[in-house]
Ligand binder design. Sequence first.
Ligand code: PLP
Length: 382
Amino acid sequence: MKPLNPIVAACPPSGIRRFFDIAATMDNVISLGVGEPDYVTPWHVREAGIYALEQGYTTYTSNAGLLELRQAIVSDLSRRYSVSFDADSECLITSGVSQGLDLVMRTLLDTGDEVIIPEPCYVAYGPCVTFAGGTPVYVPSSPTFEILIDEIERAVTPRTKAILVSSPSNPTGAVQPAALLAALVEVAVRHDLYLVSDEIYERLSYGTAHTCLASLPGARDRTVVLGGFSKAHAMTGWRVGFVCAPAFVLELAGRIHQYTMLCAPHVSQAAALEGLRSGDAQVAEMVADYDRRRRLFVKGLNSIGLTCEEPRGAFYAFPSIRSTGLDSETFASRLLEAERVAVVPGSVFGPSGEGHVRCSYATALPLLEEAVKRMDRFVRSL
Ligand code: PLP
């Protein structure tokens, strides 16, 4: 047989999945591994989906998605972040941020173009760049997971096309200070680069205001904002997200979308519209609950000697495991084996992730308490 696509063949499978396939074969595992809310979608949103089915909304929508949903998204961004996008030409509904990321990379990149990505970062960033024919260029972040502007600027070459950032971050939970994001915009302007900002966790910020990258001076016309409903609205399975970007970018992204996806699922778009219009109270409740879990869990980790920066966003803690002398892969495998707690080795998120593990605290409080006890026993047994 002839060889398959060498770019895809060279891409390793996700380190997260590999680990969870092992955990799935074991009993009594507390999983802090999956980056997914433990809530089901709020009832009024599910009901809107059911109603959409009853109404027979089983067809395609326009390629860009329901106009009402696009209008609701741009007015929400305008209301909360004072950034304006045109619902007709600058907003596209996608099947999750995952599809948005793929579309955007295929739109921005020519073969061999480079994308600078501060790491540790979400596992899909590099592969999406590579599949689009580009080259990911990873740069380290500070020990407290702030982006390092000097490192980013040093990585710029004549082939650099874009910088891809995410705040709040998966896996670290770090929220980038507005001043650093403003400095990032200056770098992009100086070198004429696009900015791709994955803001899927924007509503999950604790005690700190979210900065929408496109709202910063000079950013609007070179920034692609990726957003979605999976996390804050607990809608991972509905597969709905959006891209907001300058019209000339979205025009081409829409062409790829038109030929490869047609549109995001109609019923999911109807449900997302309900979530956006009337879901603020439920989102606030879930965020308050994640915050309680976050404080308890991070305190617990620090008390057993796994030093953990305060994560200001998303629902991940990224404690250091250096005090144990184990690398992150060994720590995670042995913890799973000995105490049946599943965490993700930090190394799967990039070299700066080594020495850490990612723990999702989107898990019931009693389970988090039990996980801390088990981790304590494990650490003391070493
Ligand atoms: N971006 C980040 C940073 C994520 O953590 C995830 C999911 O874990 C995604 C994007 C994918 O989100 P979606 O469900 O909208 O495709």
